[in-house]
Design a protein around this ligand. Structure first.
Ligand code: 0L1
Ligand code: MG
Length: 262
């Protein structure tokens, strides 16, 4: 760590306020060029603590930058993780208010719900499939608090990996019966196909993303508890959305999930 506790708290409050006001800010490494990854996660955890301290409920975990394309774009080779809260959740077909967000983008993701604890190090795809209750078609709305989505890896980790909203579909699938690598996903905006992909875009297999999360948490002395909802990462590129847009993601064998921006 390079930052003291007070600075961590101040940066957490600064980024959370940007989220709550839907007001963009410049990346925090501009003022704190020496901050390290431990500092970045400490800021993210301080935001989570502030939200739970105000009575908001933890709703799950997410992995970000899990596709080769996004990692290359960021010049990194390691995914990152963040958290989800109850107020971020929307059901299939529900609305998201655009005026609560800065410059949202949406991406389809395969979510896992666990039925047993998962602990790293050494967690692998087999452990994940045994510990998975079911998978759900989902979409994540990312909304970086940084101006024009301009950030570096430490800044985006501190900003809870751009987490903003998520939509979980209702059609549960069996992770062991489905081939999640070849599972095709079609993303439509206002009835037009805007992106397509397959599950293998997520670290070769979305279950690898859950295993990596367990291992990253294990390195911190934490684990994924049974019953955790986990978004594994984008199957396609993220697509910008505006007021009035209706977005549907169709998942082969898992049905579809939709959301409207109002
Ligand atoms: O969920 C994601 O993969 C997003 C991670 C943060 C990077 C971004 O905002 O594009
Ligand atoms: Mg995502």
């Amino acid at each position: 760590m390079t930052l003291d506790d007070k600075t961590v708290e101040q940066l957490a409050a600064h980024l959370e306020q940007a989220e709550l006001d839907a007001q963009d800010v410049v990346k925090i490494t501009d003022a704190h060029p020496d901050m390290d990854f431990e500092d970045a996660y400490a800021i993210q955890y301080a935001i989570r603590k502030a939200k739970t301290g105000r009575g908001q409920k933890f709703a799950g975990l997410k992995m970000g930058l899990t596709s080769r394309a996004k990692m290359t774009q960021m010049g990194v080779d390691t995914p990152i993780f963040g958290f989800l809260m109850d107020y971020m959740a929307r059901g299939d077909g529900e609305e998201i208010r655009i005026d609560e967000l800065i410059h949202p983008k949406i991406e389809p993701e395969i979510a896992f719900v666990t039925k047993a604890d998962l602990r790293g190090p050494g967690c692998h795809i087999g452990d994940v499939l045994v510990a998975t209750d079911f998978v759900l078609p989902s979409m994540e709305v990312i909304d970086s608090r940084y101006r024009d989505f301009k950030f570096d890896l430490k800044s985006v980790i501190a900003d809870n990996t751009s987490s903003s909203r998520f939509v979980a579909g209702g059609h549960a699938g069996d992770a062991r019966a489905l081939d999640l690598r070849t599972l095709g996903v079609v993303l439509e905006k206002n009835g037009e196909v805007v992106a397509t992909g397959a599950g293998a875009a997520v670290l070769g297999h979305p279950a690898n993303s859950v295993a990596m999360l367990a291992n990253m948490l294990g390195a911190r002395g934490e684990h994924i508890p049974a019953g955790t909802y986990i978004m594994t990462g984008a199957v396609t590129e993220a697509v910008a959305v505006a007021k009035g847009d209706c977005v549907t993601a169709r998942f082969q064998g898992l049905g579809s999930v939709s959301v409207r921006f109002v």
